[in-house]
Unconditional design. Structure first.
Length: 276
């Protein structure tokens, strides 16, 4: 199945329906007690995370019963299927808990292990990015495109959360801090939407799971950008979660060279079961 033909209009429409359902639940239950718990990996989860994922999984099972699902809260189901939906019901749970408007829902559809359809939905800023093969990435239905940047030294870089970067990998963040013009921290998935619409130049993250990054690939590439792991390898559902995205291919290449020159041992690819 070719990458250009694997995703059909029905999949795109359904991805929007999933995002609509997540927004509806967030709006309906605004102001209710969050029911915050701490998971074994020390990340946070709320009853809203669980409610949204349960609803989205039920919708997928009803519409596409042969498709697999990887979700942050409820794990994997038929992860070896040709088509697999990947869900993060609330990306940025900590910002959601404290009321910072960078949280949202992430939805992706992977074909043969490669994310091909992606949605970043950030309701607090009323923005939804969608990327799919053969289409230009859109934000709220409007085509968007990355911007050019003449050199890494002129780039604005974002990072979702410095605490997520494993200690052995932090020299990469430090080096890019010194090599770029400006840094912005804490935007979570919103960083990748803004990069896709040409408002930033470089995004660096690590310690991510597949449900944290899967939508970024079709969204960034569909806007004309480049996104890989820290070795420059293409992203798949098995990637390590070391993410490097740029609007300009030259800036991406310069950042990769800088990271490679640090001589880091390098992340090993995680299995889907670990990521889920």
């Amino acid at each position: 199945m070719s990458r250009a033909s694997a995703i059909e209009e029905q999949h795109i429409a359904f991805a929007n329906q999933l995002a609509d359902a997540a927004r509806r639940l967030l709006a309906q239950h605004a102001g209710e007690a969050l029911g915050v718990s701490v998971k074994p990996d020390r990340s946070l989860v709320t009853q809203m995370d669980l409610m949204i994922e349960t609803e989205l999984r039920a919708m997928i099972a009803n519409r596409f019963p042969s498709h697999g699902i990887i979700g942050e809260e409820e794990g994997t189901e038929a992860a070896g299927a040709e088509a697999v939906w990947i869900l993060d019901p609330i990306d940025g749970t900590a910002p959601f808990i404290v009321g910072l408007p960078v949280y949202g829902t992430l939805i992706a559809l992977a074909i043969d292990g490669v994310p091909q359809l992606g949605v970043i939905d950030i309701p607090a800023v009323d923005a939804r990015w969608l990327g799919a093969p053969g289409r230009q990435t859109t934000c709220n239905g409007r085509p968007v495109r990355v911007r050019s940047c003449a050199d890494l030294s002129l780039a604005m870089m974002t990072n979702s959360n410095q605490d997520y970067i494993p200690v052995p990998d932090r020299p990469a963040l430090d080096a890019l801090r010194g090599a770029t013009a400006t840094r912005v921290y804490g935007g979570a998935a919103l960083n990748y939407g803004r990069l896709a619409e040409g408002r930033t130049d470089l995004a660096l993250d690590a310690g991510q799971k597949v449900f944290d990054f899967a939508p970024f690939l079709p969204i960034v590439e569909g806007a004309g950008g480049v996104i890989t792991d820290w070795r420059g390898e293409p992203l798949t559902i098995h990637s390590s979660g070391h993410i490097l995205a740029a609007g300009d291919a030259n800036v991406h290449g310069q950042a990769l060279e800088l990271i490679a020159g640090l001589g880091l041992a390098g992340p090993e690819a995680d299995a889907v079961a670990t990521n889920a």
